[in-house]
Design a protein around this ligand. Structure first.
Ligand code: ADP
Length: 450
């Protein structure tokens, strides 16, 4: 039985009634990703997937091979880039080819997509033309500014590069004397769909038919925002057929691909995806627990018998996460919570500290269901099983949760704590879905593991 007197512990009871903690919006996840990825992510564990596996795929080994203007190369090196990242290796040869090719590319955030299209765009800008030549569509004001800051750094030795920001209360509008119907002098325009449409159709300071490049960034976030998808499709209709189209996304889904194909004609599709075998390194188990106290007892047993590194626990509600965090802290674990109660800055700080191993146990909710990538976790505990809002098994979230462990060939453990028939049925459905066994283990047998 549990070692600590129950009376001194926060109660796990009555937390079932609480509403589940909500997953963060894609826009928030994307912003968080940008805050966290201040350096390039390691994508060595990702494999290339493409729509035309027969044609040879050229992979760039150095930036020199691209035959860039020396000022642009100097800009790239001054940012500390020495060699192209994985996604840059495969997309840049396509993006810079002549005649230009249309591209759809997907890889997780922090892998170098922004730098890839920024470089491609900068390499094609004609210095002799003072009109918008490249348009970058971004789902949020902040992302637009972030892309701009990358381009500005990369173009620091290219004096003819300037950027117009087509966002609400745009700095460009207040700083330039705009004349309706007279095209902007900036060769690059970055903006959100609504304002870009306004600048094209009403103000007529961007001529879509004169653009030579158009990039849709964060396509997954774009389609999650009401109305943006249609506005993007409308804008693309006004482009010259010779305009090079590129579309980038951090996540992949049928919805994103449908949108992507509507926007980009005859594309090359390149993806960096996780190898399927990832689940092979994860030992998935389930433990029957009659009540929350038993769940906690199971956790104690796991910790007293297994040597564990970084661990993530997932609860349904903030209240359960809080109660569990307090209990585990009392047991001398170094614990932090990551729930929707935290703002984005706080979330970023918790994740940074977890990555740096300032603490070892991260107790979270569905707020981390997507967008947050943490590598190298050795234990994942589903304190509560992942279900959708409608109470159905949430396969994607399960995979996302446990896919964090067992990376880099190391063995990882996933424990599912099962306390009801519904939990059990959810677990069985998940087991069937992934064709990977989830074996039962009793609390007493935990000591026999490994
Ligand atoms: P994404 O758009 O996929 O989220 P970014 O282009 O923002 O990724 O790149 C993520 C981080 O990696 C940024 O800090 C960026 O400066 C850095 N980075 C990008 N490409 C390289 C490279 N080739 N070498 C080193 N760092 C890079």
């Amino acid at each position: 039985s549990p070692t600590t007197p129950i009376a001194q512990q926060p109660s796990f009871l009555n937390q079932e009634q609480e509403a589940p903690d909500l997953p963060m919006s894609l826009a928030d996840a994307s912003k968080l990703g940008k805050m966290l990825n201040t350096t390039l992510r390691d994508s060595s564990a990702l494999v290339v997937d493409r729509n035309d596996p027969k044609s040879p795929l050229y992979s760039l080994k150095s930036f020199e091979e691209l035959d860039l203007k020396s000022e642009l190369l100097k800009g790239i090196y001054s940012m500390g880039f020495q060699t192209p990242s994985r996604i840059q290796e495969i997309t840049l040869p396509q993006l810079l080819s002549n005649p230009p090719r249309n591209l759809i590319a997907q890889s997780q955030s922090g892998t170098g997509k922004t730098a890839a299209f920024s470089l491609a765009i900068l390499s094609r800008i004609d210095p002799s033309m003072s009109i918008p030549q490249a348009l970058i569509l971004s789902p949020t004001f902040e992302l637009a500014l972030q892309i701009g800051s990358v381009i500005e750094r990369m173009a620091q030795y290219l004096p003819y590069i300037s950027i117009a920001y087509a966002v609400r209360s745009s700095p460009t509008l207040s700083s330039t004397n705009l004349v309706r119907g007279q095209l902007l002098p900036q060769p690059i325009v970055i903006g959100t769909p609504g304002t870009v449409e306004d600048w094209c159709r009403r103000r007529r300071i961007i001529d879509l038919s004169k653009l030579r490049m158009c990039c849709v960034d964060e396509a997954d976030v774009m389609i999650a925002t009401e109305g943006f998808q249609q506005t993007c499709v409308g804008l693309v209709k006004g482009l010259n057929p010779a305009c090079q189209m590129m579309l980038f996304s951090a996540t992949y889904s049928d919805e994103v691909m449908t949108f992507a194909r509507e926007i980009v004609t005859q594309p090359i599709v390149l993806r960096l995806k996780r190898e399927k075998q990832a689940l092979n390194n994860i030992r998935q188990l389930f433990i029957r627990c009659d009540n929350p106290e038993q769940k906690f007892y199971a956790i104690e047993q796991i910790y007293s018998h297994l040597v564990l590194g970084q661990a993530m626990f997932f609860c349904r509600t903030k209240a359960t996460a809080r109660a569990l965090a307090i209990r585990m802290s009392n047991e001398q674990h170094s614990v932090r919570e990551l729930t929707a109660a935290l703002d984005i800055e706080q979330r970023a700080s918790v994740i940074r500290q977890f990555r740096e191993r300032v603490f070892n146990v991260l107790i979270s909710t569905n707020v981390t269901a997507r967008g947050i990538d943490i590598d190298d976790v050795s234990l994942v505990v589903n304190y509560d099983m992942p279900v959708t809002m409608g109470g159905k098994p949430d396969f994607e979230t399960y995979l996302h949760r446990i896919g964090r462990c067992g990376r880099f060939g190391k063995l990882g453990y996933t424990f599912n704590l099962i306390s009801s028939d519904q939990d059990f049925n959810t677990m069985k459905a998940i087991e069937e879905y992934f064709h990977h066994p989830i074996n039962e283990i009793t609390i007493e047998a935990i000591g026999n593991l490994e």
